[in-house]
Ligand binder design. Structure first.
Ligand SMILES: [Zn+2]
Length: 566
């Protein structure tokens, strides 16, 4: 259905009537200029006039006549561009537009759902995220975590048990208050996270030290009433994640779990998803509500901002006490458990997959999580070519490689650009000339190069290439951190470094409550936040520059990292 768009320039309003039209795989927008600063009645008449043109395909070819001259030029240019390439935006110069555009062009998510802050995840992202879930769950299960499916609704009384938790999450909770015509006796929260339902059950299930460690996880969608602007995958009001919850006999065992979670993050995010990150212990003011310690992985975005990815927490014992999660120890004494939780948000990690790996031509996927790994493009309509394409497809499927044949009516160049934009790692071109020599041409998205190989060597070639593809993506991604961690001595230097898209490293007085004031100064003056301290780094006494807090000048007890975040 057509709808009206309003563009404001100065104090003038310009009206356009627009409509989305599906053309094969693509959705295009048709727009008609209605006029500037229209009165209500006038606008209504113009809208009706425009609708007639938009809704009748014959007349829509004349749409340019009623468009403004500028519009006419734009649409002409758009057609010319489309014939050359499917996608071409300079990612490094214009990251924000690049991201918004690729999400729509590659059909990762449709933002036109009419529930505010929620989006529709489309097959091209879901297929990849399904694989991401699979790999993460495999690693968790190997480490003894057991899968559960908990209720989506949480009674308000559970929620209120741990005070800092309720305080932290309350502003973001969606509440269910009615069922049909009946008002519920107790409000139910649409889970923003599930500590308070897991631990209520832990108190029933855990009895003795023999039950420990008790390791659980669930794959779930969670809901948070985000008030910041939503951005597809990165921030929306519903997201898809895994949350793990583990109970332990001692604080020491619990801390071991936290380290195991960090190791899991490396094994999955770095080794399979090819994403580089730094793990920080968050300062006290930035901990998970109810946590005693919080550790989080920051992935660096190409625009120099960091994105918080999985975080793992050692919870305060208030949780165990509030929910009565106790066990009888070997010495016959009743003790409270130490609980940890870890939350990799798959839909958010997908945002980093898009941002870190993509280039000016569009998406690039690591081999294991590509929605489609190989596309076969027959060149020409010849029975022999069709047969060979089917044969190769079957052979790849037998080797558990996902594959599709593109025999659509599109022009060859269009097909190439389309699948490159979609980020399919390998393309097989099947032409008569090569086939006569028992050869095929393979294009690699990671290197942007083509080569000919013998058909009989195909499986071996793919096995080797799949490893190289991931190595290349990792190498390129790791470069984001190269030369981007810079030591600074003054506030002005922080500002300079942050503005050049880098991360600043400096001396800092305290990561406990008493250091928060200094962190606020940094945030106010540079727009960047203190991400925390690194576990793998000890303070280097020899470095005079970082012996003092960069803000208050007191003795620096820590080295912290400062960056802008999403
Ligand atoms: Zn200070």
């Amino acid at each position: 259905m057509p709808y009206t768009e309003i563009k404001e320039k100065g104090n003038k309003k310009y009206y356009y009537r627009a409509k989305s039209v599906r053309k094969g795989e693509k959705v295009e927008k048709q727009r008609l200029y209605l006029g500037g600063n229209l009165k209500k009645q006038e606008l209504h008449e113009k809208e009706q006039e425009a609708d007639k043109k938009l809704l009748s395909p014959k007349e829509s070819s004349e749409k340019d006549k009623s468009s403004s001259p500028k519009e006419h030029e734009d649409s002409k240019k758009e057609i010319e561009n489309k014939e050359k390439v499917t996608f071409n935006i300079d990612k490094n110069k214009d990251f924000s537009n690049w991201y918004t555009d690729i999400v729509q062009k590659a059909e990762l998510a449709d933002l036109r759902s009419n529930v505010k802050g929620f989006l529709v995840f489309q097959p091209w992202s879901v297929l990849s995220m399904e694989k991401m879930f699979k790999y993460l769950e495999q690693v968790l299960q190997k480490k003894g975590q057991k899968p559960y499916w908990f209720p989506t609704l949480i009674p308000e009384k559970n929620f209120k048990i741990e005070s800092s938790h309720v305080e932290g999450f309350n502003p973001e909770v969606f509440w269910v208050t009615e069922a049909g015509d009946t008002k519920l006796e107790e409000r139910l929260a649409l889970r923003p996270t599930s500590e308070t339902v897991f631990y209520q059950m832990f108190s029933i299930w855990i009895r003795s030290y023999k039950d420990l460690p008790f390791k659980t996880y669930q794959r779930a969608n969670v809901f948070r009433y985000e008030t910041k602007a939503t951005r597809p995958f990165l921030r929306s009001r519903e997201f898809h994640w895994i949350e793990t919850h583990c109970a332990h006999a001692t604080e020491e065992y619990a801390m071991k779990q936290v380290h195991e979670d960090m190791e899991t993050t490396k094994e999955v995010l770095h080794d399979i998803f090819c994403l580089p990150f730094l793990f920080f212990e968050r300062p006290s003011w930035d901990r998970f509500p109810g946590a005693q310690k919080t550790f989080a992985a920051d992935v660096l975005n190409p625009d120099g901002k960091v994105v918080q990815q999985p975080s793992t927490h050692l919870l305060k014992q208030d949780f165990a006490k509030g929910f009565n999660v106790k066990f009888k120890d070997k010495d016959e004494k009743e003790k409270y458990c130490w609980i940890t939780c870890y939350g990799p948000a798959i839909s958010r990690i997908f945002a980093s997959i898009i941002s870190v790996h993509g280039d000016n031509k569009g998406l690039k996927f690591p081999w294991k999580i590509a929605p489609l790994q190989v596309v076969i493009i027959p060149i020409g309509k010849d029975n022999k070519i069709t047969e060979e394409a089917d044969k190769i497809k079957k052979q790849l499927e037998d080797n558990e490689i996902s594959v599709e044949i593109d025999d659509s009516e599109k022009r060859l160049g269009e097909k190439f650009y389309f699948w490159e934009m979609k980020g399919v790692p390998l393309r097989i071109e099947l032409g008569k000339r090569e086939l006569d020599k028992n050869e095929i041409i393979i294009y690699r998205r990671d290197t942007d190069k083509k080569e000919s190989i013998k058909i009989k060597d195909l499986i071996e070639y793919i096995k080797k290439a799949s490893i190289e593809i991931d190595q290349n993506l990792t190498k390129q991604a790791d470069k984001l951190f190269d030369n981007n961690l810079i030591d600074v001595k003054t506030k002005e230097e922080i500002k300079e470094i942050i503005e050049s898209g880098k991360i600043a490293r400096c001396g800092f007085c305290s990561v406990e409550k008493d250091g928060e004031k200094c962190a606020e100064v940094i945030e106010k003056e540079t727009g960047a936040t203190v991400r925390g301290t690194r576990l793998d780094e000890k303070r280097d006494e020899k470095k005079a520059d970082i012996s003092k807090c960069i803000i208050c000048g007191k003795k620096a007890n820590h080295i912290v990292y400062v960056a802008r975040q999403y």
